[in-house]
Design a protein around this ligand. Structure first.
Ligand code: SAM
Length: 284
């Protein structure tokens, strides 16, 4: 893999950073906080695979940071050259500095800073067969990241965040998406705007509720757009959102657990809704 070291360094495309007090490093470290992510309209994605994925999907890159030890790796150097060509900054940092940027031990050797991308609610007009997931006040970054990854895996179209939700561009969420954050459109909206949009939605709005009277396996989801509505981890769906659903579905349970984890319940529902569309032949 190693090409004898540092072609991009020799070509002057990479700038070395050594100190935590460097203003660029400070800005990147600040992306751990939502306030600064919002201010900079940016976020951090870790790992070479994610950076390549983002570039392939046309996300705007601001900066790529690579560990000294990654210099000379052909794929890393080719990716850095793409970032440079796209107008991004390429930084070389010590592994200690990488760890402090990622705020963890054993950091990835490569990370990228990308511009955030949101889809406006008005642009969501699902067609026959399309599936969207709406999440009411999802709070846990791991849940949101896992749901975005599952939405990607089943070929659903996107995620609508309703009300005060955790940030899809937070570092833990991005980690949990395993790269799907770059493939799945995300919308954020208020409950009020969501309800106004829902009034013009002609498909099936399937809510999930622990008091739902309908077994989720008894519904025909085919031939129409489907909006799957999932409730908050602690409180479930509020009355206003439950009343906006065409059906309130329940996943049967047998043991002592009160409910399923939100991401698990979303996965179960998505696999049922998308069952006819998913075959091993279509895989990969
Ligand atoms: N204490 C909450 C309640 O009373 O609704 C539990 C919420 S549960 C952890 C989070 C969300 O996952 C629920 O709002 C619902 O959307 C979904 N969910 C979890 N288990 C479910 C089940 N057995 N049937 C239907 N939906 C379920």
């Amino acid at each position: 893999m190693r090409a004898g070291g540092g072609e991009i360094r020799r070509s002057g495309q990479v700038k070395e950073v050594t100190s935590l007090s460097n203003p660029i490093v400070k800005d990147i470290r600040a992306l751990a906080m939502k306030k600064f992510r919002d201010q900079q309209n940016a976020f951090l994605a870790e790992g070479l695979k994610l950076v390549i994925e983002a570039l392939d999907l046309g996300w705007r890159v601001r900066t790529m940071i690579l560990a000294k030890s990654a210099l000379g790796n052909r794929t890393v150097e080719a990716t850095a050259a793409r970032v440079f060509a796209a107008g991004g900054l390429v930084l070389e940092a010590s592994e200690k500095l990488m760890a402090s940027i990622a705020r963890r031990d054993n950091p990835q050797m490569v990370a990228g800073v990308f511009e955030q991308r949101w889809m406006p609610l008005g642009k969501v007009s699902p067609l026959r067969g399309d599936v969207w997931v709406a999440l009411d006040r999802v709070r846990d970054p791991g849940n949101l990241g896992t749901i975005i990854r599952t939405v990607d895996a089943v070929g659903a179209k996107g995620v609508i965040l309703v009300g005060d939700c955790t940030d899809p561009f937070g570092i833990e969420t991005v980690r949990a998406t395993m790269g799907s954050v770059f493939a799945v459109p995300v919308v954020k909206t208020t409950q009020e705007d969501f309800l106004a949009w829902r009034a013009g939605f002609a498909g099936l709005v399937a809510g999930t509720h622990l008091k739902g009277a309908v077994d989720y396996r008894s519904v025909d989801f085919e031939g129409k757009p489907v909006l799957l509505l999932m409730g908050n981890e602690q409180q479930g769906l509020p009355e206003t959102l439950a009343a906006a659903c065409d059906r309130l579905l329940r996943i049967p349970q047998a043991g002592r657990a009160d409910s399923l984890n939100l991401a698990v319940a979303t996965g179960v529902m998505l696999y049922e809704i998308r069952r006819p569309a998913l075959t091993l032949e279509k895989d990969g």
